[in-house]
Design a protein around this ligand. Structure first.
Ligand code: TRP
Length: 452
């Protein structure tokens, strides 16, 4: 049997796991990345494949990750170590935890810089700086932001400080209290924006773009992109979800909670698409603008609409909230490990890891300006970190977790954690984790290192 509790405590409220895991899942990936990759990969056809990947692969892997956490009740590093020992498996399974802590660290170092852009845009929106300016000027302002190391540094520092403040306060007074405030607000703000795009945007064109299923656009490439994004958006493969599972009370249903998280994450991604595209189409802008969609195209539209500054502010505050509740999950595995392993207080652990992550973030800050020419394999420092963490470490981490649950753990131990599963459902989940998920993850991995 797993322990009843962890040294860090367990969530004291019933909905915390769902709110915290949804907070982790819903982030820049949903609001910034999903709309533009959906646009680039055939709209509706891509969306359908993405939904399939979430339901058939993402959710089973997430269940596996949560149950590992709840069995181990420690940071991902010590959870993997102690579980491997109890089932007499090789101690090298600890590497899954170690690479997870590192991946979270890498991702947060650049995630914080990009979340900093959103912070900067809140100020721009409040001060009405999008109103009545030309599209060209808005593009130039974005470039100016990227080319100013000191401005990027300022917002990156502020965002890291916000993240560490929450982490330092501990899992109940910090993380739980924060997600209880941020998540309802995030959903409310999303509904405001959705209401706006339904009444003022070209909602039909936006919806058609996202949901018109054109099978001719369904490429093998789209399947792989969709699968990779399913991982990132559900925060899988690095232990963020595992550590949240470690704080989950023993009597809660992993199955129901995880399905709720997958559903909410998908709902927010679709809603983000339904907010952005109708506004884009109503203003005759380009839906395929790529990464600039949120920071350039959308502000142009905000600048031309009535009460645009208000909606722009609401929108960028929403993005900041989403990023904030994700960033805490990226740092928590490292902090939990420092507390366990080094006996540090949460405050020192948060400060130590926060400063280290902030330092690494400086590499991303300068990769947009002074060091934009320093490339390796045609990638800047930021691109390299993103590639290594998101396309290599996450898929491999997820694969290893699926293998550990389905091939290494005795079935009884898995059954213990999923008591409300029927035998059929349990067999289906094990089948997916044993064969389907590893095969698909390997395909994604192969593609990302250029083998396919
Ligand atoms: N899921 C978040 C997003 O969509 C990012 C994120 C948070 C993440 N924690 C993670 C990604 C852990 C991978 C692993 O923006």
């Amino acid at each position: 049997m797993g322990q009843a509790s962890s040294v860090h405590g367990v969530w004291s409220k019933r909905w915390t796991f769902v709110l915290a895991a949804t907070g982790s899942a819903v982030g820049l990936g949903n609001i910034w990345k999903f709309p533009y990759i959906a646009g680039e990969n055939g709209g509706g056809a891509f969306v359908l494949v993405y939904l399939f990947c979430i339901a058939a692969i993402g959710i089973p892997i997430m269940m596996g990750e949560v149950l590992l956490g709840r069995m181990g009740r420690q940071s991902p590093v010590n959870t993997m170590l102690s579980l491997a020992k109890t089932v007499n498996a090789s101690c090298s399974w600890v590497l899954v935890g170690v690479s997870g802590v590192l991946a979270g660290f890498f991702i947060l170092s650049f995630y914080s810089v990009i979340a900093g852009w959103a912070l900067a845009y809140v100020v721009k929106a409040v001060s009405g700086s999008f109103v009545d300016v030309s599209a060209q000027q808005i593009g130039q302002e974005f470039d100016a932001l990227l080319h100013s190391p000191s401005t990027l540094l300022f917002w990156h520092s502020l965002f890291m400080l916000m993240t560490c403040t929450v982490i330092a306060k501990g899992i109940n007074r910090g993380l739980q209290a924060t997600v209880y405030i941020l998540m309802p607000l995030l959903f409310a703000l999303m509904l405001v924006m959705l209401g706006y795009s339904m009444t003022s945007g070209n909602f039909e064109a936006g919806a058609a773009f996202l949901f018109n299923f054109d099978p001719s656009k369904l490429s093998g490439e789209a399947l792989l992109v969709a699968m990779g994004h399913a991982f990132f958006t559900l925060s899988l493969g690095m232990g963020a979800i595992m550590v949240y599972g470690a704080y989950m009370p023993a009597n809660e249903s992993i199955g129901k909670m995880v399905v709720a998280v997958g559903f909410l994450d998908t709902a927010v991604a679709l809603a983000a698409g339904l907010v952005i595209f109708p506004i884009v189409f109503a203003n005759q802008l380009d839906p395929g603008a790529g990464p600039g969609l949120m920071f350039v195209t959308l502000p142009i539209a905000f600048g031309q609409m009535p009460a645009g500054s208000v909606f722009a502010t609401v929108f960028f505050v929403l993005v900041v909230f989403a990023a904030w509740s994700s960033s805490i999950s990226l740092l928590e595995p490292a902090v939990a490990w420092l507390v366990e392993h080094r006996g540090l207080s949460r405050l020192s652990a948060a400060m130590f890891s926060g400063v280290a992550c902030w330092l690494l973030g400086l590499g991303t800050v300068i990769s947009f300006n002074v060091a934009s020419e320093w490339t390796l394999w045609d990638k800047t420092f930021f691109d390299l970190l993103d590639f290594l963490a998101s396309n290599v470490m996450l898929p491999l981490g997820g694969l290893a977790m699926a293998v550990f649950v389905a091939w290494i753990l005795p079935l009884d131990r898995v059954r213990e954690q999923l008591q409300d599963f029927s035998e059929g459902l349990l067999a289906l989940m094990i089948f997916i984790l044993k064969y389907v998920a590893p095969a698909l993850v390997l395909a994604v991995f192969a593609r990302s290192i250029g083998v396919l």
